[in-house]
Write a protein that binds this ligand. Structure first.
Ligand SMILES: Cc1ncc(COP(=O)(O)O)c(C=O)c1O
Length: 438
C-alpha cells in the first residue's frame, strides 16, 4: 500500500476536514491528538510524547497495546484464514472461544451467538427474548423494562432501552420504541440496603408483567451514562421479581465483564444469574471488535421449538476467526496463574489497581467535586458541573497521561497491566488538574 499523505500534519488535516469522530460535530470538532503507535501501557503521539493510558481504549484494551501473545495469535490466524462466512461453515477459532466462554459462565449457560460488536450483541439479546415469548405462544410479551441511567449502545434497539432523558430519545422521538423505565437504582454499592428501593420496580412489574418480555440492565455499574455503582441487592430483588412474574433477565456485561469490577463478571457481586448475558469490549483484549450473547438451554430450545425456529440474526462478520482467536488468547492471559504468587492474573492486578485508585479520594470534599468512587479497576471523580473536555484533556496530556472525561465525570478505567507508578501518575494528574482548574 502506498500512503497518500506524506506526514502526520497532512493526514490530521484530512481527518479534521472529513472524518467524524464519536459524538462530535463535523463543523467544530473537539481537538484530536495524532497517535502513531501504542505499546504496553503507553500511547505514542506524533509530538514524541508517550502518554500513560487511563482509558484502555474505552475499557477494552485490558492487557495494554501491542501485546506479543495477542499479536502472535492474530498473525498465526491470518496465515490460515482471516475470515470465512459462518453460514454453513464451522471453524476451530469459534469453538475454541465458545468453549472458553462457557467455562467462565455459570453452568446454566449453554448457547452462544458471536456478534460483531457490543451493541449488536444487545440487539441479539433483545431478539432472543422476543422470539422466546413468540415461540412460547405468548404474543403479548413485546416490551422491555429497564432502569433509567443505562447505556446499551447507539443503534435504535439499544437506544430504546438506554436512558430516556440523557440518551438520544429526544432526537429520534418517532423512531425509538418506548419501553418501560423505572428510576435508576439509587443506593450505592456499599451503602445500607433499603427494601423500599425496589417499590417502583415491583409496582411497574405487577401492573405490566403480561407485556414485559425481559428486563435489561448493566449489572452493578451503570457505565456510559454516569459511571454509577449500585447495590447488589437490587439485582437479587430484580431476579426474584423476574422469576415471580415470568420475565426474562438480560445482563449487559459489555463494560463490566472480564474482571473490571473486581469480580470476573459483575453479576457475581449479587450471586445471581440472568437468562441472557452480553459480553464484548475486553473480550478480545481490545484488539478487534467482537461480542457474544450467551443464553441458557431453556431460552435457546424454546426459540428452536417455535413456529419460526431460527434465531433471526446473521451478520457478515459473525464469529470472525481473527477476532475469535485473539479473544481466546486474551482470555488465556486473563486467567493465567502467576507461578510465584499463585494468583490469577486479572484478580491480582485489579485488586492492586483498586487499592491505588483510592488515592483519588484526596479529592473528596473539594468544592467542585460531588463524589469520588472506586470499584475494582474503575476510579471516578464526579464533578458538580459538566467539565470542559478539551481543556482538561490538554492539561492531562501536558502531564503525560491519556484520560477522556465526559459530562460531569473524570474517570480512570486503565489497562490491567499498569505499574503502581503509572496508576499513581494518573491519579496525581487528575488531582493536580482538578485542583488547578477549579
Ligand atoms: C454497557 C454497554 N453496552 C453496550 C455498549 C455498546 O458496545 P459497542 O460500542 O461495542 O457497540 C457499550 C459501549 O460502551 C456499553 O458500555
Amino acid at each position: 500500500m502506498q500512503n497518500i499523505f506524506k506526514n502526520s500534519q497532512e493526514w490530521l488535516q484530512f481527518d479534521h476536514d472529513h472524518l467524524w469522530h464519536p459524538y462530535t460535530s463535523m463543523h467544530d470538532p473537539l481537538p484530536c491528538y495524532a497517535v502513531l503507535s501504542a505499546k504496553g501501557s503507553k500511547i505514542m503521539l506524533d509530538s514524541g510524547d508517550a502518554l500513560i493510558d487511563g482509558m484502555a481504549s474505552w475499557w477494552s484494551a485490558i492487557h495494554g497495546y501491542n501485546h506479543p501473545k495477542l499479536n502472535a495469535a492474530i498473525v498465526a490466524q491470518t496465515e490460515k484464514m482471516a475470515h470465512v462466512m459462518f453460514g454453513g461453515i464451522a471453524h476451530q477459532p469459534a469453538s475454541e472461544l465458545g468453549a472458553r466462554l462457557l467455562n467462565m459462565m455459570p453452568d446454566c449457560f449453554e448457547h452462544i451467538f458471536l456478534a460483531d460488536s457490543g451493541s449488536i450483541s444487545v440487539e441479539v439479546a433483545q431478539k432472543m427474548a422476543l422470539q422466546y415469548w413468540q415461540s412460547s405462544n405468548n404474543l403479548k410479551k413485546q416490551r422491555f423494562l429497564t432502569v433509567k441511567g443505562g447505556y446499551h449502545g447507539d443503534p435504535f434497539s439499544c437506544m430504546s432501552v438506554g436512558d430516556p432523558t440523557n440518551g438520544a430519545h429526544h432526537l429520534f422521538p418517532t423512531q425509538i420504541t418506548k419501553h418501560l423505565y423505572v428510576a435508576r437504582p439509587e443506593i450505592g454499592f456499599d451503602e445500607p440496603w433499603d427494601i423500599d428501593a425496589v417499590n417502583e420496580l415491583r409496582a411497574v412489574i405487577k401492573t405490566h408483567h403480561q407485556s414485559i418480555a425481559a428486563i435489561i440492565v448493566e449489572p452493578i455499574v451503570q457505565g456510559g451514562v454516569g459511571m454509577r455503582f449500585y447495590h447488589p441487592q437490587y439485582l437479587r430483588e430484580m431476579r426474584s421479581l423476574c422469576d415471580e412474574f415470568d420475565i426474562l433477565l438480560i445482563f449487559d456485561e459489555i463494560a463490566t465483564g472480564f474482571g473490571r469490577t473486581g469480580k470476573l463478571f459483575a453479576m457475581q457481586h449479587a450471586g445471581i444469574e440472568p437468562d441472557i448475558i452480553c459480553v464484548g469490549k475486553a473480550l478480545t483484549g481490545g484488539m478487534m471488535t467482537l461480542a457474544a450473547t450467551i443464553t441458557t438451554k431453556k431460552v435457546a430450545q424454546t426459540i428452536s421449538l417455535g413456529d419460526v425456529p431460527i434465531l433471526m440474526h446473521g451478520p457478515t462478520f459473525m464469529a470472525n476467526p481473527l477476532a475469535c482467536t485473539v479473544a481466546s488468547a486474551s482470555l488465556d492471559i486473563l486467567l493465567e496463574i502467576d507461578a510465584q504468587t499463585a494468583q490469577v492474573y486479572w484478580q491480582a492486578n485489579v485488586t492492586r489497581l483498586a487499592k491505588a485508585l483510592l488515592k483519588l479520594q484526596q479529592l473528596s470534599g473539594h468544592k467542585a467535586v460531588k463524589q469520588v468512587r472506586v470499584l475494582g479497576a474503575i476510579g471516578v471523580v464526579e464533578m458538580h458541573e459538566n467539565v470542559d473536555v478539551a481543556r482538561l484533556q490538554a492539561e492531562f496530556v501536558k502531564r503525560g497521561v491519556w484520560l477522556r472525561p465526559f459530562g460531569k465525570l473524570v474517570y480512570i478505567m486503565p489497562p490491567y497491566i499498569l505499574s503502581n507508578a503509572e496508576i499513581e501518575q494518573l491519579c496525581d494528574a487528575i488531582i493536580e488538574v482538578i485542583e488547578q482548574v477549579y
